[in-house]
Design a protein. Sequence first.
Length: 185
Amino acid sequence: MTRHRAPLLLAAAFVVACGGRSEQQAASTDSAAVPADTAWTVSTTGFGPAHIGLTLAQLNTALGESLTLHDPIDPSCGHVSPRAFPAGVSLMIVDDSVARVEVDTAGVRTADGAQVGDSEQSVLALYVGRVQVMPHKYTGPEGHYLVVSAPGDTMSRIVFETDGQRVERYRAGRRPAVDYVEGCA
């Protein structure tokens, strides 16, 4: 392949991936920028190229963005919402590193297939033997935290928040940040 054809093939691939929309239109539609493959599922190690432990500078490079913390009360902890992510997905940054992924919208699945809107029973069945049920700090005893430990890793987990019937939101990452109930606290 000649050097002149490679940029044209890349541009064509981008147009096909974006359904014929312009780059600006694709960037403005959050979920359209997310590939529909397993690399874009949530796990205790991150979401797509946003790996737990990346610095904010490394995250910006990985995503091709210029993210800064959303008005943090504490400059050592805050959140970012990358344009490349679907609506309802954000990252907690603690001490300049990605600490957890937060999801509050249906359609974004964990690596094992759970998502917002799933029943408690389906999450319990999906993670059988690895999930601990705890009362929710604000809505318990009806509401629960379903805490899923990563196999062989006591520092990583997924925490599903439920109303007692269905998952309302979830977060994944490393302790202690994944255990914080009120954002950075």
